[in-house]
Design a protein around this ligand. Structure first.
Ligand code: ZN
Length: 134
């Protein structure tokens, strides 16, 4: 579903050219910038993966993350249970939350690289690391 909405929006906004590229990722907010370098890469990669509900939620940040739920008054606090000063966002859960440090370490060992924000698009662009990451 996400892929179809995204592709439709890109087609309507002519995201294929560089001047409109940022518009393509802005349609779904800042979260997509975590995962894709530009809209053309997003379109190409999303065409190669099975985009189910969970993947859509992580890519968009529209899911059970406290930061998102708090925005709609569905949760009292946007903070993570690990630290009263830390927002529970997609980036925090993927890269920093100590409650997931074991799983993160296992993934980093399999990837052979440390997870960091700048590397996520690189992991998704490579088919081998994409399989591990998703
Ligand atoms: Zn946390």
């Amino acid at each position: 579903m996400y892929r179809h909405v995204y592709a439709s929006n890109c087609k309507n906004k002519k995201c294929k050219d560089n001047s409109a590229d940022e518009l393509g990722l802005d349609i779904f907010g800042d979260n997509l910038r975590i995962f894709f370098r530009h809209s053309v890469a997003a379109h190409r990669i999303l065409g190669k993966i099975e985009v189910d509900g969970l993947v859509t939620q992580v890519l968009t940040g529209h899911s059970g993350f406290s930061e998102y739920l708090h925005r709609f008054k569905c949760k009292e606090s946007p903070l993570c249970i690990c630290d009263p000063g830390c927002l529970e966002s997609v980036l925090h859960v993927l890269l920093d939350c100590p409650t997931l440090s074991y799983e993160r370490l296992r993934l980093e060992c399999r990837l052979g690289k440390k997870l960091c924000q700048g590397k996520i698009p690189e992991f998704l662009e490579n088919s081998d690391s994409r399989e591990l990451f998703l």
